[in-house]
Structure formats: structure tokens, C-alpha cells
Design a binder for this molecule. Structure first.
Ligand code: SAM
Length: 502
């Protein structure tokens, strides 16, 4: 059974002052409180959209998303839950009565950005006192009380497993507002219980129309890399049943989407009753009318033969793999608890390139992780130079409170050294990416047309199978078509060309 009783939320609407921080922490796991301050029976959070109570006072909700694609997908889920209960999502903040900031906690600067944004929203709230401000997502889960100290005007703090409670939370806040309980006398609505059974499999997200749809196939993470906050803010790994996912993909195709991106924190550790990620890729690849399927982010340790086989043999599965390396040094990888060595990673890349000769590879790299020596950094640099990724996301290590590294490993690489190392690999990667692009000149690439070019209304842009942005004149094509483009020039990150006959 899904954990409908486990996701309790604290709210006490009768208090005239904010609760002391410690009391709030203790009460957070208690059942919902009623108006007289007495605990009600545990709140039953509706598990099916049809069961969601309809709002008598619908609100217009603006959702602002920070961070990874998983957060974008969660925002779509939140929009689904809210719409189902009678609220309306709006695309402009000026039209909103409620602003939900869906946050990221992966690096410190992501959190700083959100705090700055909340300060800005507080100015808006001064002009529009009835405005409800909610902080959702990973940072809500990570910072909890500190967030409320930094932004005491926030009305709602909700972690990634509590979104079913959004209608209940808004209802409660609206009742406060209607009872004219002043801002300073209200306690925020907290929904921070992680629920290892929550997969939102029954919720229909509200997506923007387009060509590409993001589909969460798995939530949480069991890997426990020492640098990473994800398992602490998103909880344990859980997969959505394969049959439901295939049905979802068919629905997406019926709605007009041409490409589906399967999402998970370690997407390829997906499993369902004996089926693994390779089986899922094959099954999704067979869905009638689907042009392309991609996925992100896989973990190298879970790159099984079945996954590689599905990538190699299904025409629908794109030949692009984002394969986070993090470090090219085995000793750093050990400290990161990545569960593979640099040599094993190289062997995996060789195997992928042998089986899928045109595969495009991208990666994530962290420099300056705890204790990283010059030699260990050099190993990362050499690895990137050898593998020659098509693209890379590169980061300075950012210590995250609560992670295993924060508890056990000193963050001892000076900021200036982290900065120099990052600069070095960015320069290397820019050169490699430019060379790979230049080598494409004169070749024909297959492009799924996504939309009008921002710079030139006579041109379209789209992505190749290998996820390279391509720009070309519109002639005889429309959005959603798959066209052949002969590349005649490139910029650092874009291919430019002309449509040619199949
Ligand atoms: N779950 C994915 C995995 O580990 O394969 C990655 C998820 S995370 C959103 C994306 C990237 O952020 C990671 O691959 C890593 O390179 C980077 N990252 C995560 N924690 C970090 C930290 N504490 N400091 C710097 N970069 C970090």
C-alpha cells in the first residue's frame, strides 16, 4: 500500500506567535492539527487525482523552478496536483496569488540564489500581503528551520515527497487569510516527511506543449556518494512500474510529443519485478509513434549489457549517453564512494564505443573534492583529454551539510585552486567540443525540429540524435519533423546547415 498515513504535516492555526524552533522541529512529524489546536485523525492524503478535494477558493499559482530536470518534472507534477484540486497555474508572476519556488540544494550557490529570490519575493509580498510564498523541493528538505530563519515570511515549506499535500496546505493558508490571522501570527505549513513509497505514479503532470516530454521513472537515490545531498533530500530509490510507464509514453505520443526523456537520479538502476532499465528502454522504444527516447542521469556502475544492447539495437533510443565521471582518479573516486575505478570507467567507455560506434558522450566532473592533489587532478584532466566528451558539466566541489563528506572529510582544497582547476578543464573541454563540432562539417545529421530559432525567424532549431543543437533554414519543414541537415559551419556549441533530401 502506498504510504498515505505516513506523510503527516504540522500546522497549528491557533497560535498567536511563532513556535520556538525546537518545538516546531518536534511537532513536524505529528498529525495535522485542527483549528482548535487539537490533533485530528491523521490526514488522509488523496492518492488518486479524482479523490483530491476541490477548492472552494481556487488560487492562481505561479511555479518557479530551479535546478535539474527532475525539478522541472516535479514542477509539472505540482501543477498536475494543483490543477486537479481546482487551482489554476499561471505563466506570469504578476497574475499569481501563490508563488511556489521549487528549489535545488545540490551546490551552495543554488541555495544562495534561492534565498536572494525569496528576498525579492518578500518585497512583492509587502505590496500584495495576501500573496502566499512557498518553498518546495530539495532545499526545503535540506534547510528546513534555517530557511524559515532566513526567510520568515515564507508560508509553506514542502519537500519532494509531500506534494500531494499542496491542496491541503493552500486550503489551510487560505483559511488563515480569510480568518484575518495576520502574517506574524501564522505558522508556516511544513511538509517534510520523506516517504519511501511515494512515487506519484497516479498523478498526471501538466506539461508545456512541445516536442520533448520529461518522464520521471524513478525517485530517490540509494547510492550515497559522499559529496551528494540527493539521498538526504529525495529519500530512498523507488521505481514506477514498467507497464504504467509504457502507457504514459503512449499517452505522451498521443498528446503530440515526439521525444521522451526518462528521468531518475540514477536512472539506469531502474528495476521493476525482474525487469531492468534495458528492458524498459526496449519497451519504450517500441511505443508506436515515438521518434526518440533519451534518459538522464545514469550511473556508470549500473551501465549493464542490457542497457548497452538496448541503446545499440533500438532505433528509437538516442545514441547519446550522459555518463557522470566526477573524477578521473581512482583514489578520489574511492573517497567519493562512486563504486567504480578510473580503469573500469575507461573499459566501459571502450565497450560503449565498440558496440555503438557513433555514440556521443557527455559527463559531470567535480574538481577540488576533499584532499584532491595536483596528481589526482591531472588524472581527471588526462581522462577528459583521452575520452574526448562531446560536452561536460563541470563544478567546483561545494560542501553540503549532512553528506558523508561533510561529516568525515575536510573540504581542504583552497577555493583559488578549485577555481584554477575548473578553468583548466573548461578550456580543455571547450577545445574538444569545438573540434568535435568542426569535424561534423560536410556530414549529414538527423534533426528533430523543435522550434523557431531565437535569433532568426526564418530558421528552425532542433537536436541531433547525439543532442547537438542544430540551426537551419525552415524550408519545407515544420516543428516535429525529423529532417536531414548537411552541416556547413559550426560555432562552439551549435551546428549550422541546410536541409537536404532524405
Ligand atoms: N545523481 C546523479 C549522479 O550522481 O550520477 C547526479 C545528480 S546531480 C543533480 C548533478 C551533478 O552535480 C553530479 O553529477 C555532480 O557532478 C554535481 N554535484 C553533486 N553534488 C555536488 C557537490 N556537493 N559539489 C559539486 N558538485 C556536485
Amino acid at each position: 500500500m502506498l504510504g498515505i498515513f505516513s506523510l503527516w504535516t504540522y500546522r497549528n492555526t491557533t497560535k498567536t506567535t511563532r513556535m520556538p524552533k525546537e518545538t516546531m522541529k518536534d511537532q513536524r512529524l505529528l498529525p495535522l492539527y485542527n483549528k482548535s489546536g487539537l490533533p485530528e485523525t491523521p490526514q488522509q492524503i488523496p492518492k488518486k487525482p479524482g479523490d483530491t478535494p476541490q477548492q472552494t477558493h481556487p488560487r492562481r499559482v505561479y511555479i518557479e523552478t530551479y535546478g535539474c530536470q527532475m525539478n522541472v518534472s516535479d514542477s509539472e507534477l505540482m501543477a498536475g496536483i494543483l490543477t486537479q484540486s481546482g487551482h489554476q497555474t499561471v505563466t506570469h508572476i504578476d497574475d499569481a496569488d501563490v508563488v511556489l519556488v521549487n528549489t535545488c540544494a545540490i551546490r551552495e550557490n543554488a541555495e544562495t540564489k534561492v534565498i536572494n529570490r525569496l528576498q525579492h519575493l518578500n518585497h512583492r509580498k509587502r505590496r500584495q500581503p495576501e500573496l502566499i510564498i512557498g518553498v518546495c523541493g530539495c532545499m526545503a528538505q535540506h534547510l528546513r528551520d534555517r530557511l524559515l530563519e532566513a526567510a520568515p515570511y515564507v508560508d509553506l515549506v514542502m519537500g519532494p515527497d509531500a506534494y500531494r499535500n499542496l491542496p491541503i496546505a493552500l486550503d489551510s493558508l487560505i483559511r488563515d487569510e480569510e480568518a484575518h490571522i495576520s502574517l506574524k501570527d501564522r505558522d508556516p505549513f511544513l511538509g517534510l516527511r520523506l516517504d519511501k513509497t511515494e512515487d506519484y505514479a497516479d498523478i498526471a503532470p501538466i506539461r508545456k506543449d512541445g516536442i520533448r516530454a520529461w518522464l520521471t521513472i524513478q525517485r530517490g537515490c540509494d547510492k550515497m556518494c559522499t559529496f551528494c545531498i540527493v539521498p538526504f533530500v529525495r529519500g530512498r530509490e523507488r521505481s514506477i512500474p514498467l507497464k504504467l510507464l509504457v502507457e504514459d509514453v503512449q499517452k505522451l505520443v498521443d498528446q503530440g510529443f515526439k521525444e521522451v526523456v526518462l528521468l531518475g537520479q540514477t536512472v539506469n538502476s531502474y528495476h521493476d519485478n525482474g525487469s531492468d532499465f534495458g528492458d524498459l528502454l526496449f519497451a519504450v522504444g517500441e511505443v508506436n509513434g515515438l521518434e526518440r527516447v533519451r534518459f538522464t542521469s545514469p550511473h556508470p556502475a549500473d551501465a549493464t549489457d542490457s542497457m548497452i544492447e538496448a541503446m545499440a539495437s533500438s532505433a528509437t533510443v538516442c545514441k547519446h549517453l550522459h555518463l557522470p565521471l566526477q573524477s578521473g582518479s581512482t583514489t578520489v573516486l574511492e573517497r567519493m564512494r562512486r563504486t567504480y575505478t578510473a580503469e573500469e570507467y575507461r573499459t566501459l567507455v571502450a565497450k560503449l564505443r565498440e558496440r555503438i560506434p557513433n555514440i556521443a558522450l557527455s559527463t559531470d566532473i567535480i574538481v577540488g573534492f576533499c584532499g584532491e592533489t595536483d596528481e589526482e587532478f591531472e588524472q581527471t584532466y588526462r581522462m577528459m583529454a583521452d575520452i574526448r566528451y562531446d560536452s561536460a558539466f563541470m563544478f567546483k566541489y561545494s560542501e553540503r551539510e549532512g553528506t558523508l563528506a561533510h561529516k568525515a572529510l575536510p573540504d581542504d582544497v583552497p577555493e583559488t585552486v578549485k577555481g584554477q582547476r575548473l578553468k583548466q578543464i573548461i578550456e580543455l573541454q571547450e577545445q574538444i567540443a569545438a573540434d568535435i563540432n568542426t569535424a561534423a562539417i560536410g556530414r549529414t545529421v538527423t534533426v528533430l525540429v523543435e522550434g523557431e530559432s531565437r535569433r532568426d525567424a526564418d530558421k528552425y532549431h532542433g537536436k541531433t540524435d547525439s543532442f547537438k543543437t542544430t540551426v537551419f533554414p525552415k524550408v519545407d519543414s515544420k516543428i516535429g519533423d525529423v529532417v536531414n541537415v548537411c552541416v556547413d559551419s559550426t560555432t562552439a556549441h551549435t551546428l549550422i546547415g541546410q536541409i537536404i533530401d532524405g
